[in-house]
Design a protein around this ligand. Structure first.
Ligand SMILES: [Zn+2]
Length: 472
């Protein structure tokens, strides 16, 4: 909510200490809140982030006071009596102030830490860039780091099943069994005469050495992005293994990196020139060769809503043979965090009816939350019906009547997304069809498969849509 505080107000009135603290918290949540750590330790003090560039990290002016020419401009704006103050922001497309747009702007003026210059050229997502920044600033909470902070724990790394070692950054990302296997795999993507990677490389020197594989300095190229992807997915696998008590698998990391690369080929962010000279260890998807337009994949990428909207992804499943039907509803906020997930059996007679009933049940739940709703589903016909003035086939009349009532009560927008972008709701709907009662999941008890999909979507990884697939 503080996002809407117009900064220029602070020029005219002295902000209270409390207001400044709220702003601080909001910004801190934005920077550190995107990880899955329960306790959000702020690994870098906020004051340090606010240092001027040449002393270190991020540039974010901490001082009150605006330059005179800005004040002059503000004074030229007419005041509309009786109208409320509306903050406008030129950095976002729709003119709303968002932390994300601010971050995207300031982050270009960052770093001094070795290796970071390449980071912004490498074409990785903001989440991965942020993670790497923490990694290179030595702020990733591996065990040795926690011990240093005098948090007592017996460390056992996840990555070496036979001889577990103390988990340090160097171990997890360079020297451990898991890391060695992953690096070796991607080392194989480059021809023989590239600079060899060494066991005693530090994390920054690994990045440096890696950048010499192909002489493409300062260009966006897959070879530059690869180390960042490897670090990120090593970390993700370590967390997965630790949180779920499963075995750390180097093959998972390799698979994740390859999937990321492949998805970016399909959505056109990686083009043939970006992997020129690389002996790819994956089959180039057809879509990448044809350089398909972006539009297709944009629809498959799950977009978080703007605050204070809540996004509902719903899906209905209907099984002809058994007559069973189920609905799935997933409610997420602007950070992509799950507020509620809902699976329920439905009494439906067609796929369309199942879709509409799933929407209805989702909206019933939304009424409790009292927020504007962005409803998204992969049922094109259902979207058209809810948007329009038609009532559709007779057997859905009850579902349509429910929805008509809810449309009147709620602030609602509705959009269509391809099935690949609605995987989480789909999974819930299929689960629902097999259940005798409805079940609500909270974030902590989501099934593994589901939380994996959600995390991917939260990270902004688009879901690839196969070209040959039929529209449903
Ligand atoms: Zn290990």
């Amino acid at each position: 909510m503080h996002e809407a505080v117009p900064i220029h107000i602070f020029q005219a009135i002295e902000p209270t200490a409390g207001a400044l603290k709220l702003l601080d918290q909001q910004l801190a949540r934005f920077f550190w809140g995107s990880t899955n750590e329960r306790k959000r330790t702020h690994w870098i003090s906020w004051e340090q982030i606010c240092l001027p560039t040449n002393e270190g990290v991020l540039v974010l002016s901490d001082q009150a006071g605006l330059p005179q020419h800005i004040i002059d401009r503000i004074c030229t704006f007419p005041i509309l009596p009786g109208e409320s103050d509306v903050p406008r922001w030129t950095l976002s497309r729709r003119g709303e102030f968002t932390l994300a747009s601010t971050w995207n702007t300031i982050r270009s003026s960052i770093p001094i830490v070795q290796g970071l210059e390449d980071l912004w050229l490498a074409g990785v997502t903001a989440t991965i860039a942020m993670f790497t920044w923490r990694l290179l600033s030595n702020r990733i909470p591996v065990d040795s780091k926690l011990q240093w902070r005098k948090i007592e724990l017996a460390s056992k790394c996840q990555c070496c099943p036979r001889r577990p070692d103390t988990e340090s950054l160097q171990h997890l990302f360079i020297q451990g069994d898991g890391a060695i296997r992953v690096w070796r795999e991607f080392d194989g993507w480059f021809e023989g005469n590239s600079h060899p990677i060494g066991l005693n490389d530090t994390i920054p020197s690994r990045i440096e050495v890696w950048a010499t594989r192909l002489q493409q300095p300062g260009r966006k190229h897959l070879s530059i992005a690869l180390p960042y992807l490897i670090f990120w997915f090593l970390w993700a696998e370590r967390n997965r293994s630790r949180n779920h008590g499963t075995q750390f698998k180097a093959s998972n990391v390799i698979w994740q990196v390859i999937t990321f690369v492949r998805n970016n080929m399909i959505n056109g962010k990686l083009r043939p020139k970006h992997w020129r000279g690389v002996r790819l260890g994956l089959i180039i998807p057809n879509e990448a060769e044809a350089q398909r337009p972006m539009r297709l994949t944009m629809m498959n990428k799950w977009e978080p809503p703007d605050q204070p909207w809540l996004k509902h992804n719903t899906d209905g499943s209907f099984f002809e043979e058994t007559g069973k039907a189920g609905g799935g509803v997933l409610i997420r906020d602007y950070t992509g965090r799950v507020l509620k997930a809902f699976a329920l059996p439905l009494d439906a007679h067609s796929p369309l009816e199942a879709e509409l009933l799933a929407m209805h049940h989702g909206l019933v739940m939304a009424a409790e939350l009292a927020m504007p709703i962005w409803l998204e589903t992969d049922a094109e016909q259902a979207v058209a019906l809810v948007r329009g003035n038609h009532w559709g086939p007779a057997h859905i009349r009850q579902a349509m009547a429910f929805l008509a009532l809810q449309k009147r009560r709620l602030t609602l927008r509705i959009s269509f997304i391809h099935r690949e972008g609605n995987k989480a709701a789909d999974l819930l709907a299929k689960t629902g069809a097999e259940m005798s009662h409805s079940r609500i999941f909270v974030e902590q008890d989501l099934p593994r498969e589901l939380s994996d999909i959600i995390r991917q979507e939260q990270m902004g990884i688009p879901n690839a849509r196969a070209q040959t697939e039929e529209r449903n």
